[in-house]
Design a binder for this molecule. Structure first.
Ligand code: ZN
Length: 283
């Protein structure tokens, strides 16, 4: 799928006699832009903010948004939570000494697949110890994902962190014995134990650990509230604080955490919403 807003922009720029390379750096020369615009739960909305001499700030509720572009036109890239209700949503652009400017965009409905599984009750219910551990880890992760740093990313076009068959299970809703779980919030890549896992985009390592559900995990901060995570690793090759270029080795594919076999789980987060990694890569 292409990004219509950027097609339009490319056409407008073309009509004005400007070369297509006048597109912002984060859009590629042929008018595509990563992430692709997909204003659905679990997608990314491109909300144009118009021209301004300086990069404007933009907020979704209290959360700062990633704003990219140049003085000819800025765009807020808004990660839309999987739990978002379809319909009108708003962002705000603070205005010096005045009421913030509100901008509306539409979240279109998207129906994700549902999977009903019957399993032995003890594999669904956590023991009190496991539950306590999970809650500790969840609180820790809340602190990790609050990261919003500069510099902002110069491109958002990611590489797939490991080669292999990519599932399209993002957003899949799983029900165990009729009980709903959080939807699947990343991309699963089938890859053998030990296969190298690389950074999808340049970034800084902001967390590593071995977690109950996610197993051995690395979180990267790419700037501007864009984060990515790789999970279930058999080995971790980086440390918190490391700056890594795109393609740098982060670790190796494994089966740690709550999984049935080796694979890579890859998550991408924007303004604290897990969004579909497929929007950030070539089809
Ligand atoms: Zn997964």
């Amino acid at each position: 799928m292409r990004a219509p807003s950027f097609h339009r922009r490319a056409v407008l720029l073309g009509a004005a006699g400007l070369a297509l390379d006048a597109l912002p750096a984060w859009a590629s020369a042929d008018g595509h832009a990563w992430p692709m615009a997909s204003a659905v739960p679990g997608g990314v909305a491109h909300v144009p903010l118009g021209p301004a001499s300086q990069r404007p700030a933009a907020l979704a509720g209290e959360l700062p948004l990633l704003v990219l572009g140049d003085p000819a036109g800025w765009t807020a890239l808004v990660g839309i939570p999987l739990a978002a209700e379809p319909g009108e949503a708003r962002i705000a652009v603070p205005v010096d000494g005045g009421a913030p400017r509100e901008l509306a965009y539409r979240v279109a409905p998207k129906r994700y697949a549902e999977q009903r599984l019957k399993v032995a009750p003890r594999t669904v219910d956590l023991s009190p110890d496991d539950l306590a551990r999970f809650e500790r880890e969840r609180d820790h992760q809340q602190r990790v994902i609050a990261t919003f740093s500069e510099p902002l990313p110069t491109t958002l076009r990611m590489r797939v962190p490991t080669p292999g068959r990519r599932s399209s299970s993002f957003g899949l809703r799983r029900l165990f014995n009729g009980q709903g779980r959080n939807p699947h919030s990343g991309m699963d890549i089938a890859a053998p134990q030990g296969a190298p896992v690389v950074a999808p985009l340049a970034g800084r390592v902001i967390d590593t650990g071995d977690y109950f559900f996610n197993g051995q995990t690395v979180w990267l901060d790419h700037g501007g509230g864009l984060l990515s995570m790789v999970c279930h690793l058999s080995a971790i090759a980086v440390r918190v604080g490391d700056a890594v270029p795109a393609g740098a080795r982060l670790g190796a594919v494994g089966a740690t955490g709550r999984v049935t076999g080796p694979h890579l789980h890859w998550g991408v987060m924007l303004n604290r919403a897990m969004v579909d990694p497929a929007l950030f890569i070539d089809g």
